[in-house]
Design a protein around this ligand. Structure first.
Ligand SMILES: O=C(CO)COP(=O)(O)O
Length: 280
């Protein structure tokens, strides 16, 4: 994945707009929906420039068919989870198999898996390493559990929680952090009516960038450039209100594929502004 510099306009160089279907859709419904999502992508030729990167993450059984449908499209395919090794791991799916299927990024550490499926820091670190070894970008999901009173030091505290989650996920190897896409998803904003407030998201991402940046020497690259996207009841209208955030990770609000198209338009408009903005 491409690192994200942030221009004067506060719009990163590359914006990622993605959606996971979680376990909401059956097989046929998901393929029908995928065709509508692809239509939204294909009808926007500006996406070919690569400044807005769309991705879609269906359930495992849909991946082979989806890979066929998406071949040659700018729409990247992702997976919702992975195991960490080949061999005697009944029911798991290895990153190497996912790579064979054309999967380009894999969610690791989603709040729902942490809460309901026992995904802990040690497992997350193993998965991140295994995905990276298989050449798949880990889409590392992180976020604070509870909503603090907005303002004050709420954003700094949330950034601290998220930073610790990232540190655990890379297991002390900060060079690995440069190959992540980070999905900042406050747990309290997932499945809600509205996303977290844009000021909170912007402040957390800014504070997180500065914490990551302090690890750049160990990483051997500028960790302030790691793409950090936002998820949690994301919908049209949110992205233009954010500053320095590298895209959105949608859920329910992209079940209507037209919303995905609207968010793509918002992202394209922002990158066009950035391209047109003065450089000094
Ligand atoms: O968890 C999410 C994406 O990973 C967001 O889901 P919702 O947008 O449905 O809250």
């Amino acid at each position: 994945m491409t690192a994200c510099g942030s221009g004067r306009s506060g719009v990163p160089d590359v914006l990622y707009i993605g959606v996971s279907t979680k376990m909401y859709m059956g097989y046929r419904d998901c393929l029908d929906w995928l065709a509508r999502i692809q239509q939204e992508v294909d009808s926007r030729p500006a996406l070919a420039a690569g400044r807005v990167v769309p991705f879609v993450i269906p359930s495992f059984p849909v991946l082979p068919a989806a890979a066929g449908v998406l071949e040659g499209s700018p729409l990247l395919l992702g997976a919702q989870n992975c195991g960490w090794a080949d061999g005697p791991w009944t029911g798991e799916v290895s990153p190497s198999l996912l790579a064979e299927l054309g999967v380009r990024l894999v969610e690791i550490g989603h709040a729902e898996r942490r809460a309901h499926l026992g995904e802990d820091t040690a497992m997350i670190a193993l998965k991140v390493r295994a995905a990276d070894n298989a050449g798949i970008t880990p889409l590392l999901c992180v976020g604070e559990d509870t909503r603090d009173d907005p303002g004050g030091t709420a954003a700094e505290r949330a950034a601290g929680v998220v930073y610790d989650q990232i540190a655990g996920a890379v297991g002390g190897d900060w060079s690995l952090a440069s190959r992540l896409v980070i999905a900042y998803e406050p747990v309290w904003a997932i499945g809600a009516a509205e996303p977290a407030g844009p000021d909170h998201v912007t402040a957390v991402v800014r504070a997180l960038r500065s914490l990551l940046s302090a690890r750049s020497n160990e990483a051997g690259s500028d960790l302030a450039q790691v793409p950090i996207i936002y998820g949690g009841s994301a919908k049209p209208g949110l992205l233009p209100a954010l500053d320095g955030v590298a895209g959105l990770f949608l859920g329910r609000f992209a079940h209507d594929a037209r919303n995905f198209g609207t968010v793509l338009d918002e992202a394209l408009a922002l990158t066009a502004l950035r391209v047109g903005s003065p450089t000094k």
